[in-house]
Design a protein around this ligand. Structure first.
Ligand code: FHN
Length: 703
């Protein structure tokens, strides 16, 4: 056998787990931080099997950038108090705090849910006036109360005076959204603390579980989602799932639900809280440090310290902080879903309306720096943030702290704009000076917005943004040769080294594509007037060695597997497979065996895959938790460790014929997923990975 190849795994490393390996997070910990943190960290989350939303579906969402989140339900009536006591924590977690039988909770609060001041038009206008393009409203939270007349349960609107009086808040909101051109999103909790079929019970819930059935619960949950999306509330723009962390996508039958809803509501967007990645990630009460490459994302955040209204929560974020958060998020290509917790009577409290008013005033003056905008490929300035317009012709310097000399510098813009103006103070003069890779901007006298002043910089063509060289040609794994090519910089020159040394202005200047015929470590850097700009580009482009295929047809169809119970943080070594209690079997394709422990096991899958065409094959392992893939004994993908449902891809140059492969996988707890996808030389460049046809999988009889 030819010596094996070297493979570059395309990595989107899984996020560091917020709860850390081996630690068992509490319910609220998982809900409030760790599992939500995980969500935010993985840019390479696994793509769900139902067609994800198209780029066109996401256009309105990306353009809007800002939305209103509304947490409103029975808990809003309690407002964080119970039997005369202040209850700490999130208002909507009241039931989990007071630890009473759900029937006591509902029996106490449903008769009091009569929000006589609820005015859907006022809510939607408040969102629109604040510059928000959508409103996402809780229809069912973890407490199990449904804010509509449902055929599935009595714990719904019709059990309240409001429903009995014929009011229908979701329909009223849908009509108001249609009137005001605001998109309606519905929040829905998969977890349900009241439904007698939902498991696991909360630790304080002593109701019997012997008759409980999660399968029956999931059927009911699907029926509830069908009601929400069957058109009775019109066109739904977003289905915002939550409370998914106690079960896998398999248990939720999330794929079926997602596909059915996408058929019922074409273009609808799913967030990533259906135990599937959905269409965008949802970091919660935090703003990622940088862009999440290849993944739309949205920070959801409270205005104070709770989602549902709590009368004694005064931890209000200043409006200036909310505005700067919005700018920071958009400068990283993110969206901002800002929460409102209406009172039990349906009104917004003063701190909420004040913040919405301040946000709206700022957006009316500066919205062009937010709507449709995104990141600029320059180093983040110390004085504020940069956003680029959708047509990339405008750059907005959003100043948080203006230096005493009223001069700011942008490193990475190597040319003066044709026009520059201060959006909130058009009378202020703006002078600009380009020096090498930097642009200096000096403001004349005059008062500016102390929270965030926007200086709009406009060029007649592409702004001369220079930074890390952008690769536009060259494969990270090539068979015989590859053409290394960089996009010409807007200014200055790119200097390249092929010997792993850091480029200097004396290194060879890149002018034309470079032909590579052996494995090469490439480093490149942009220089303007001798000054280095941005971070260097670095990559190893590898010449692959063929792995020969075998003509011997393995005797059995499908793959073989063996499973050992236990808690693993890393994929185990081979001897673990002989552990006590191991199970074995075969299956037609790569995946999790039908019978398996709920949590805590390691799985090994062995087989052969037939390559119909010689050439580069890309194998994508998607797994929750860790997994690895070897082909003919060579490690192709190392996606080990504890992480959410994410994917990693590795490539191999495989010759025609049968190739032996081994997948090792671990499931610690919570969600689970395992799949092997590939692209072959038959596929178009850029084609998404697809499942391997079962006819191309065979195995040797179990040992
Ligand atoms: O447990 C919920 C919480 O009550 C709230 O709804 C937030 C909003 O994103 N989601 C869960 C915590 O992550």
């Amino acid at each position: 056998m030819l010596s094996a190849l070297l493979i570059l795994s395309l990595a989107v490393p899984p996020a560091a787990s917020g709860s850390g390996p081996g630690t068992k997070a509490t319910d609220e910990q998982r809900s409030g931080s760790a599992s939500m943190q995980d969500r935010a960290g993985d840019a390479g989350r696994v793509m769900d099997a139902s067609a994800p939303a198209s780029a066109a579906d996401l256009t309105w969402w990306r353009d809007a950038r800002l939305g209103m989140f509304v947490h409103w339900g029975l808990y809003s009536v309690a407002a964080g108090r119970w039997e005369g006591r202040d209850i700490p924590g999130w208002g909507e977690w009241l039931l989990n705090k007071i630890k009473v039988d759900p029937s006591v909770y509902a029996g106490t609060l449903m008769p009091r849910f009569d929000p006589v001041r609820f005015d859907a038009d006022a809510w939607v206008r408040a969102a629109k006036d604040a510059g928000m393009g959508s409103i996402v409203v809780t229809t069912k939270h973890h407490d199990g109360f449904l804010l509509w007349d449902s055929a599935t349960t009595d714990l719904d609107l019709m059990g309240t005076p409001f429903g009995k009086a014929g009011r229908n808040p979701l329909r009223e909101l849908a009509d108001a959204c249609a009137r005001h051109g605001v998109r309606l999103g519905l929040y829905f909790s998969l977890m349900d603390w009241s439904d007698p079929d939902y498991l696991p019970r909360r630790e304080w819930d002593t109701r019997p579980t012997d008759t409980a059935s999660m399968a029956r619960f999931v059927d009911r949950m699907h029926a509830q989602v069908r009601e929400l999306t069957d058109g009775r509330f019109g066109s739904i723009a977003i289905l915002w799932g939550d409370g998914d962390w106690e079960h896998s996508a398999t248990t939720w039958r999330a794929q079926d639900l997602m596909s059915a809803v996408r058929r019922a509501q074409p273009g609808i967007l799913f967030n990533d809280r259906w135990s599937l990645p959905g269409d965008y990630a949802t970091p919660e009460n935090r703003i990622p440090d940088g862009r999440l490459p290849n993944r739309p994302w949205e920070t959801c955040m409270t205005m104070n310290g709770t989602w549902g209204h709590v009368v004694h929560d005064h931890r209000w974020k200043p409006a200036s902080e909310l505005i700067r958060n919005l700018v920071d998020i958009v400068s990283k290509d993110g969206n901002y879903l800002l929460n409102v917790g209406p009172l039990g009577d349906g009104s917004f409290d003063a701190p909420t309306t004040d913040r919405l008013a301040a946000l709206g005033a700022w957006m009316r003056t500066n919205g062009e720096a937010i709507r449709g905008c995104g990141s600029v490929a320059c180093a983040r300035p110390s004085w504020g943030r940069l956003t680029a317009s959708a047509d990339r012709r405008r750059v907005h310097a959003v100043v948080f702290e203006l230096p005493a000399d009223r001069t700011i510098t942008i490193d990475g813009i190597a040319g003066a704009p044709a026009r520059a103006r201060v959006l909130d103070a058009p009378g202020i003069t703006v002078s600009t000076r380009a020096a090498g890779p930097s642009l200096s901007i000096t403001l004349g006298e005059g008062a500016i917005d102390p929270t965030a002043t926007v200086i709009a910089l406009e060029w007649d063509g592409e702004p001369p943004i220079v930074g890390t060289p952008e690769l536009i040609g060259g494969e990270e794994l090539f068979l015989h040769e590859t053409e290394l090519a960089f996009r010409p910089p807007a200014a200055g020159a790119i200097h390249v080294t092929l010997d792993a040394t850091l480029p200097t202005v004396d290194s060879p200047r890149y002018t034309v594509p470079i032909n590579l015929q052996r494995t090469t470590q490439v480093r490149a850097r942009t220089f303007v007037e001798g000054i280095a700009v941005g971070d260097p580009f670095e990559a190893i482009l590898r010449r692959a060695e063929w792995i020969p295929g075998s003509d011997d047809v393995p005797p059995e169809p499908g793959v073989s597997w063996e499973l050992v119970p236990g808690r693993f943080d890393r994929v185990p070594t081979d001897d673990a497979w002989r552990r006590e209690g191991r199970a074995q079997g075969t299956s037609a394709t790569v995946g999790l065996p039908g019978t398996r422990p709920a949590d805590g096991f390691a799985l090994r899958i062995d087989g052969f895959v037939f390559c119909e065409h010689a050439g580069i094959h890309a194998f994508t392992l998607e797994s929750d938790d860790g997994s690895t893939l070897e082909i003919d004994g060579q490690r192709i993908v190392d996606h080990d460790g504890l992480h959410g449902p994410t994917r990693m891809t590795g490539k191999a140059a495989l010759d025609l014929g049968w190739h032996r492969f081994t997948i090792r996988y671990i499931e610690a707890d919570g969600g689970e997923a395992l799949n092997l996808l590939w692209t072959t030389p038959k596929d178009q460049p850029g084609a998404p990975p697809r499942a391997i046809d079962a006819a191309l999988l065979r195995h040797e009889p179990a040992r």
